[in-house]
Design a protein around this ligand. Structure first.
Ligand code: GLN
Length: 482
């Protein structure tokens, strides 16, 4: 039996029944990684030995008849902006190339307690800025469905490794679409949880008011199982919410809103058709579908890029060559050291965001840009609150098109930013959204649909995707080329 074909839930139950050991499972995925990594390149660091040791410990405890958590022994990999004690955490940046944290992020601690086995750390756009993974300072992750195409970003490694069966589960982070876009490009599930559902402690911050860590998996049930491990209040993150607020939900009979702004010009015809076909399927499954309006959608992208860059410019100020991380080898005095360290340590996209963010926060432009964007954010949040009086969930595309070729958008940053047009308003509003596979285009590339819910409705979205998966058998068609 090829263990790497199984879902996390199936693996967990096999391990509990002692049909195979956690160590055998870890070994199977490490073998798979060895085979597929030359083509996919989703890992920055593989922690093979550590994984086998931890897996052996789980087997020991099971052997003693201990009652283990639901996902005990199941492998997982983490985006490389989530701090892991003793394991290099690079943010795919030269700035942190050799950074080994002396503490683990809260999520990593939860995984450890739940007996999950970390296989390694995953490639991403540098400091999570990008939509294709092309901004990594180290390597180019390939889309497992077509290695001449991007996996999406910024959590491209997290999506590609799950799609390529290198791990059954992974974690990514989403500030403006970075979980959902790669999930849709790679034919897997990716959840951007409600803001506050998951602790950000130990996540290297990009834009703190928008960042959320979330799960990737190849089944909706696996997303639920992993989300329930990391959905915990954390006293070390003041914005985190009590898990009792998140109720398991039944989505049957939910009214689905189709925001017309998400189906207009600029959305590829095949993507639009696939999502509208999914809407028809949901109707057959007993849902009611109705058109809704999100008239402020056109402002979401500028608001997002102003606010996220402003926050990034402040968050990334700590990388100055003094405290930790890269320091330029040669400089002339303190100011020159800062200057050279940051010019050499950061890639061009990160520098662009810092410059943009500093500009919109500077005296004279603060009112015109930053403050205005904050006001617009409040209006977008209000619009979202109102639309959920008309519908329980919104159904939209995740991205205007399926995975594109390397280099297609790197020359024009604004063209790249347009990739996020369907995803950023969700982070602005702080609501949850799930990217779920709904079909493949004529080239065989996966198409994702986005289910957007009210705050705290994360489990309802997962339930809805699970019913769709069962009804359509869509995951049976998501076989990668690698
Ligand atoms: N593509 C968006 C950006 O570059 C989103 C990134 C993210 O969600 N981390 O800002």
């Amino acid at each position: 039996m090829d263990l790497t074909l199984l879902t996390a839930s199936a693996l967990a139950s096999g391990i509990k029944k002692r049909e195979y050991s956690a160590r055998e499972v870890a070994q199977a995925f490490l073998d798979r990684i060895k085979k597929t990594e030359p083509a996919v390149q989703s890992f920055i660091t593989v922690t093979g030995e550590r994984a086998l040791e931890k897996a052996a410990k789980v087997d020991e405890r099971l052997g003693r008849g201990e009652d283990m958590p639901e996902l005990a022994g199941v492998p997982i990999a983490l985006k490389d902006n989530i701090c892991t004690e003793g394991v290099r955490t690079t943010c795919a940046s030269k700035m942190l190339r050799d950074f080994i944290p002396n503490y683990s992020a809260t999520v990593a601690q939860h995984l450890e307690k739940a007996g999950l086995i970390m296989l390694g750390k995953l490639n991403m756009d540098e400091f999570a800025m990008g939509s294709t993974c092309e901004n990594s300072a180290f390597q180019t992750t390939k889309n497992p469905f077509d290695t001449s195409r991007v996996p999406g970003g910024s959590s491209g490694g997290s999506a590609a490794c799950v799609a390529a069966h290198e791990a059954p589960l992974s974690l990514g982070s989403d500030t403006g679409g970075s979980i959902r876009i790669p999930a849709s490009f790679c034919g897997v599930y990716g959840l951007k949880p409600t803001y506050g559902a998951v602790s950000r402690y130990g996540l290297v911050a990009f834009a703190s008011s928008l960042d959320q860590i979330g799960p990737f998996a190849r089944s909706a049930a696996d997303i639920r199982a992993l989300f329930s491990v990391i959905n915990r209040r954390d006293p070390r993150d003041m914005t985190s919410l009590d898990e009792s607020l998140f109720k398991r939900a039944d989505s049957s009979g939910w009214v689905i809103g189709l925001p017309e702004e998400y189906f207009g010009d600029g959305i590829d015809g095949e993507v639009r058709d696939a999502v509208l076909k999914a809407a028809k399927t949901f109707e057959k499954m007993g849902h009611r579908v109705r058109p809704v309006r999100l008239a402020l959608s056109e402002y979401a992208l500028p608001v997002y890029y102003i606010l996220s860059s402003a926050e990034a410019s402040s968050n990334l100020a700590c990388f100055d060559g003094v405290r930790y991380g890269y320091r330029a080898p040669e400089y002339d005095g303190l100011f020159d050291m800062y200057c050279r360290t940051r010019s050499e340590g950061f890639g061009s996209e990160v520098q662009r965001r810092i410059l943009l963010g500093t500009y919109v926060l500077s005296a004279g432009f603060y009112d015109a840009y930053y403050k205005k964007a904050q006001k617009a954010r409040a209006q977008i949040m209000a619009e979202y609150a109102a639309v959920f009086d008309e519908a329980d969930v919104l159904l939209t595309p995740v991205s205007p098109q399926t995975a594109f070729r390397f280099g297609e958008r790197t020359a024009d940053p604004v063209k790249m930013y347009m990739t996020d047009i369907c995803t950023v308003s969700v982070n602005i509003a702080g609501v949850p959204a799930l990217s779920a596979p709904c079909g493949r285009d004529s080239r065989g590339l996966p198409i994702g649909m986005q289910l957007i819910g009210r705050r705290l409705s994360d489990y309802g979205l997962i339930d809805m995707a699970e019913r769709f998966e069962r009804h359509t058998g869509v995951m049976d068609t998501m076989t990668p080329a690698v």
